[in-house]
Design a protein. Structure first.
Length: 178
């Protein structure tokens, strides 16, 4: 007796397999390339030759002035911030502030942005654009998706939507602390 059942795919299964084999690899490559363009190329291009009085960003970005984060970073002139909604700076202390790839991580973007406006005359935000699909599916880190095709926003907080997996982060915590 033959107990091994032989799998004989029909036309629909074969078409599905070929479709997945042809379509998914280019989509994955697109996602990775767009993410690199957003986080590395366009961010670095924006930062080239610019200095900010205050840089409050995720990661080891040096804005050229005071660099701040809620986690200790290896950058010059670093200030550890305990509460992003109550920054340890005076009103209008800074002329130019950079907040790069941070807004998508915070609980209340409006409240944080208002605090950035309190301490600075000009606020430049860098946020993941809609075409950075990989950022959209970063379930362990991002709470918001900004409804914009560009990454740089000066003196305005772009419209956004709360991502559906925010409950996952509330239950299990955010993967990184920005």
């Amino acid at each position: 007796m033959n107990f091994v059942k032989q799998f004989d795919p029909g036309i629909p299964e074969l078409l599905l397999f070929v479709t997945l084999l042809v379509i998914f690899p280019p989509i994955l490559v697109y996602m990775a390339v767009m993410h690199v363009i957003d986080y590395k190329i366009l961010k670095n291009r924006h930062m080239r030759g610019k200095k900010y009085d205050l840089n409050i960003s995720c990661g080891n970005t040096d804005g050229g002035g005071i660099n701040a984060d809620i986690v200790k970073r290896n950058v010059p002139n670093f200030v550890l911030v305990k509460d992003i909604y109550n920054l340890p700076f005076k009103d209008n202390q800074f002329k130019e502030t950079l907040c790069s790839h941070t807004m998508e991580h915070v609980e209340d973007p409006d409240k944080f942005y208002a605090e950035l406006e309190r301490v600075s005359k000009n606020v430049t935000l860098l946020v993941p654009p809609l075409w950075d699909i990989l950022a959209l599916f970063d379930i362990g880190e991002h709470k918001w998706q900004f409804l914009s095709s560009k990454i740089v926003h000066r003196n305005n907080l772009p419209r956004r939507v709360k991502l559906p997996y925010w409950g996952y982060q509330k239950k299990y915590g955010q993967k990184i602390r920005c």
